[in-house]
Design a protein around this ligand. Structure first.
Ligand code: AP5
Ligand code: MG
Length: 200
C-alpha cells in the first residue's frame, strides 16, 4: 500500500507516520527527515537546504525529487511505503505519480490530517517539551509563515487527490491514540475494498 500524508506543519504527520509504519510494516519516507540528515552529514544538498528550511520555505522541487528518487532506489519500497511531507506541491505530486506509474504502481490513499491553525501553533511552540526535539524552524516568528507556505503551495494537493478518488480526511484533534484509530480504520476500509474487488 502506498500512502501519502497531507497536512500542515504540526498536524501530526511524523507522529502518526511512526505508528502507521509499525502497524503496516512498510518504510517511512519523510523528506523532512532525509533533508535534516543531509544537513547533519554536511553534504552538498545539506548546505543548500539548511538556510531554506530554517527560514520555513519549501526546498526547490527538483532537489526534493532528487532526494526522493535516491531514497526509492534503495529498493525496499516495492511492497508499499508511507510518504510523510512529500509531495508538497502539485509539481511534486505529478512527478511522484509518474515515478510510481513507471513501476506499475499508484498512490492508494492520501490522508489529510485536519487541525485548526491555533492548535498547530500551540503544538509547534510546545515541541521540545515532549517526546520530539525542537527544530530551528519552530521559532515562534517562523511558525505563521510556515502555515502560510502550506496554505499557498500545498493545499492544492487536497483537490488533486480528491480528483484522483484517493483522499481521506481525518480529524487530527484528540490524543495520538484517538487520531491513530481513525487513520487505522480508514486504511482498513480501503484494504477490505481492495480485497473484495480482487475476489470479484
Ligand atoms: P517537515 O519535516 O516535513 O516538517 P513540517 O511538515 O513542516 O512540520 P512538522 O514535521 O513540524 O509537522 P508534523 O505534521 O510532522 O507534526 P509532528 O508529528 O512533528 O519539513 C520541514 C522543512 O523541510 C520544510 O519547511 C521544507 O523546508 C523542507 N521540506 C521537507 N519536505 C519537503 C518537500 N516535499 N518539498 C519542499 N520542501 C520540503 O507533531 C508536531 C508536534 O505536535 C510534536 O511536538 C508532537 O509531539 C505534537 N503532537 C502530535 N500529535 C499530537 C496530538 N494528537 N495532540 C497533541 N500534540 C500532538
Ligand atoms: Mg514532520
Amino acid at each position: 500500500m502506498r500512502i501519502v500524508f497531507v497536512g500542515p506543519p504540526g498536524a501530526g504527520k511524523g507522529t502518526q507516520s511512526k505508528r502507521l509504519v509499525d502497524y503496516l510494516r512498510i518504510p517511512h519516507l519523510s523528506t523532512g527527515d532525509l533533508l535534516r540528515e543531509a544537513i547533519r552529514n554536511g553534504t552538498e544538498v545539506g548546505k543548500v537546504v539548511a538556510p531554506i528550511m530554517a527560514d520555513g520555505q519549501l526546498v526547490p522541487d527538483e532537489l526534493v525529487l532528487g532526494v526522493f528518487r535516491e531514497r526509492l532506489a534503495k529498493g525496499d519500497c516495492d511492497d508499499g511505503c508511507l510518504l510523510d511531507g512529500v509531495p508538497r506541491t502539485i509539481r511534486q505530486a505529478e512527478a511522484i505519480d509518474r515515478i510510481f506509474a513507471e513501476r506499475g504502481q499508484a498512490i492508494d490513499i492520501a490522508i489529510q490530517l485536519v487541525v485548526p491553525d491555533e492548535e498547530l501553533i500551540r503544538r509547534l511552540n510546545g515541541r521540545g517539551n515532549g517526546p520530539t526535539e525542537r527544530r530551528p524552524d519552530d521559532r515562534p516568528d517562523k511558525i505563521p509563515f510556515r502555515l502560510q507556505v502550506y496554505q499557498r503551495q500545498t493545499t492544492p494537493l487536497v483537490d488533486f487527490y480528491a480528483a484522483h478518488g484517493v483522499l481521506k480526511q481525518i480529524d487530527g484533534i484528540g490524543t495520538t491514540d484517538e487520531v491513530f484509530d481513525r487513520i487505522r480504520q480508514a486504511i482498513e476500509s480501503i484494504r477490505s475494498k481492495a480485497t473484495g474487488a480482487a475476489k470479484r
